[in-house]
Design a protein around this ligand. Structure first.
Ligand code: PLP
Length: 503
């Protein structure tokens, strides 16, 4: 493809993308294809001679689109969103054009320097404590990772390294150092609440460390599943009594099933008693809300924690992938992850003049992701980002109000939070309203009927033995009418199932 052909193809692709976005609501939100649909539609191998773009482009419509689930569709109310935006897409285009591996500053100074600058912007925008800025006295800073899961495994490795360094500080004999480290390694244990995302468990699997869950009951004052300092302390002490050494914990701002928020203030008080415990805040989805001052009272306790991560690529209009990890002391990442073979040496790095982000992450190479974050922040401005969050939250409240107005049919499970409503369906026989089994059965049946119908897409979860449906309104294109229609569909399926008298 030469420049002229590229210009023509790119213009055609952009036109089609714009048309796709403008007409997205005409698609069925979830693809209807059966597993394996694509193989019979494509040849067994690549063509021997190159094909013209027009041929390739045709297949997007005919073969790919039928198998696409439309995450930007206003009826996509499932999981958490993966917001996209035009400035985000433009960032991807420029990043692709400049394609560079960016592991060292020297690889492309703009890639590193823009990342440091925009993450400092974001740090201030989210009202994170000053210690997470690249200019902080603690030596903090932010780095873009591919996902919240990648951020977790990265900080688990840094936390382990910090813990073991504490134990061996002062030991100069390498053999003795190794012996002490080995004696402790198998006792290290990471903690995570049973409401936290599975990425901590996976991070521990990858890092090869033990993990244990902390059971979190429903909290009397928040009426949701909140990890508190006392619950965490009890579990730490239990594990210590078993001879284990807790070195890491994930706390969550916006748990996956319920968007619950852990009690950061009481957890921060543990810091003085467990100075070697690495505390990581997973704010993958709900961290986006911190752009609004009305949520920012959550952040002061983070000063006592070690790291914080949020995904711009979930709820904040930045195309996948853009997970923003902030650490209080970058030296712990660098101590754990820096290796400098001869072929990576250069005078700028040697003199300590520059940041080499390869030392803050697991892979070596990295994409120029700061561009899209920069474009999004500049195009929307602070007010535009706040307006998006507020719009999606208030639209979500329209849905939860509709649910609350039908106590004869539905029960809200935990208070609506961060554009998420979690609820269940009442059993048909009023006497059985308290029966978890009956409630679970009918909720699951309604949930399955709603998704089989396919006009909207929602997800479910099981919490503490309760089967619930989740409706998330974090989508950029969402309007009240979409949630009113979603409610109508869910109510209609509920009535259909009740009429069948299956329960
Ligand atoms: N943490 C939380 C609270 C999440 O809800 C999710 C995904 O929804 C993740 C982590 C994992 O995110 P990622 O796909 O970026 O690894």
């Amino acid at each position: 493809m030469d420049s002229e052909q590229f210009r023509e193809a790119a213009q055609s692709a952009i036109d089609k993308v714009v048309k796709y976005y403008e007409n997205i609501a005409e698609h069925r939100v979830v693809s209807k294809v059966e597993p394996g649909y694509l193989k019979p539609l494509l040849p067994d191998g690549p063509p021997l001679t190159g094909e013209p773009w027009a041929e390739i482009e045709k297949d997007i419509k005919d073969k790919i689109l039928p198998g696409v689930t439309h995450w930007q569709h206003p009826n996509f109310l499932a999981f958490f969103p993966a917001n996209s935006s035009y400035p985000g897409i433009l960032g991807e285009i420029y990043s692709a054009a400049f394609t560079s591996a960016n592991f060292n500053w020297l690889c492309s100074p703009a890639a590193t320097e823009l990342e440091t600058i925009v993450l400092d912007w974001l740090c201030k925008l989210l009202n994170l404590p000053e210690c997470y800025l690249s200019t902080s006295s603690t030596g903090g800073g932010g780095v873009i990772q591919g996902s919240a899961s990648e951020a977790v495994v990265t900080v688990v490795v840094a936390a382990r390294d910090r813990y073991l360094r504490h134990l061996t500080s002062g030991i100069t004999d390498p053999a003795e150092k190794e012996r002490v480290e080995d004696a402790h390694r198998s006792k290290l244990v990471a903690l995570v609440s049973d409401q936290a995302h599975s990425c901590t468990q996976k991070g521990c699997m990858v890092a090869g460390v033990k993990y244990r869950t902390v059971k979190v009951p429903r909290h009397a004052s928040t009426n949701t599943y909140t990890l508190t300092g006392d619950i965490l302390r009890n579990r730490i002490e239990e594990l210590k009594a078993e001879g284990l050494e807790p070195f890491y914990v994930t706390v969550t701002l916006g748990t996956t099933s319920l968007c619950a928020v852990d009690d950061f203030a009481s957890i921060a008080q543990l810091r003085k008693d467990y100075p070697k415990l690495w505390i990581h805040v997973d704010a993958a989805y709900a961290g986006a809300a911190l752009v609004c001052p009305e949520y920012q009272s959550l952040t002061p306790p983070f000063e006592h924690f070690d790291s914080f991560d949020m995904n711009m690529h979930k709820w904040l209009l930045t195309n996948f992938d853009c997970s923003c990890l902030f650490v209080k002391e970058r030296k712990h990442l660098i101590n754990a992850l820096s290796l400098t073979p001869e072929y990576l040496r250069n005078s700028f790095s040697e003199k300590g003049l520059v940041t080499d982000y390869r030392d803050w992450q697991i892979p070596l190479g990295r994409r120029f992701r700061a561009l899209k974050l920069w474009f999004v922040m500049r195009t929307f401005g602070v007010e535009g980002l706040q307006a998006h969050i507020r719009h999606t939250v208030s639209t979500g409240l329209v849905f939860s109000k509709l649910v609350q107005e039908r106590p004869d049919r539905f029960q809200i499970f935990t208070p609506p939070a961060f554009a998420l409503t979690v609820f269940s369906v009442n059993p048909i026989v009023p006497d059985e309203e308290g029966s978890v089994e009956r409630r679970n059965e009918i909720t699951k049946e309604v949930y399955e009927a709603v998704n089989a119908d396919g006009e909207i897409f929602i997800t479910s979860s099981i919490i503490d033995g309760n089967y619930v449906m989740r409706v998330v309104s974090g989508n950029a294109k969402i309007e009240e009418k979409h949630l009113q229609r979603a409610f109508e569909i869910i109510l209609q399926k509920t009535e259909d199932i009740r009429a069948k008298g299956a329960h």
